[in-house]
Design a protein around this ligand. Structure first.
Ligand SMILES: [Zn+2]
Length: 178
């Protein structure tokens, strides 16, 4: 039976590390899997975790070619950057073909708004798990917000939501503008 497992958390909450660990485990017990990631994010055609794990992946937009009926599990990294209509098509295809989904992503953007794809997954997931992390600034309170830092290390959430060359951090409410 097709299940939809959705994992969300801030930047640096070990989402990619969990994806890679789970994908490795599924393969080790003989499951047929596919790993997808939207192309316009870090690391090109690899899923990498900050802990040092990595594996090749397929561009999310090619999912119709990648998901043959023999596939049992599909893993999606950075799912917040998928097109929500395309994601809906994938989810319905998986439900109809008995493929289970493990999707990992940020809940909100640097503006604090829910990503459209994430709103959809929140609505349809059979299992929702929060990857908890502490605020990268104070190290005390739970990280809820994602902030962008400029070269000087200051919070700078201006400009487009996705911009190369910046660092991102998970912060608590008290530190999100600090
Ligand atoms: Zn804080």
């Amino acid at each position: 039976m097709s299940q939809i497992h959705f994992f969300y958390g801030t930047v640096s909450s070990a989402k990619s590390a969990e994806l890679l660990t789970k994908a490795h485990y599924m393969e080790s017990i003989g499951k047929r899997i596919v790993c997808l990631k939207p192309s316009d994010v870090r690391d090109g055609d690899f899923i990498r975790s900050r802990a040092g794990l990595a594996r090749p992946c397929i561009n999310f937009s090619d999912w119709k070619k990648a998901l043959r009926p023999s596939i049992e599990y599909v893993f999606i990294d950075e799912v917040q950057f998928t097109d929500s209509e395309d994601l809906k098509d994938l989810v319905e295809y998986c439900q109809d073909n008995d493929i289970s989904i493990f999707a990992y992503g940020l809940r909100t953007s640097i503006t604090g708004d829910l990503f459209p794809s994430i709103g959809y997954l929140m609505a349809v997931a059979t299992h929702i798990t929060e990857n908890k992390a502490l605020c990268a600034k104070c190290g005390k309170r739970k990280a809820i917000y994602n902030v962008r830092l400029n070269q000087a290390g200051q919070v700078d959430n201006s400009g487009p939501i996705v911009a190369p060359g910046f660092n991102y951090e998970g912060r608590c409410y008290n530190c999100k503008n600090a």
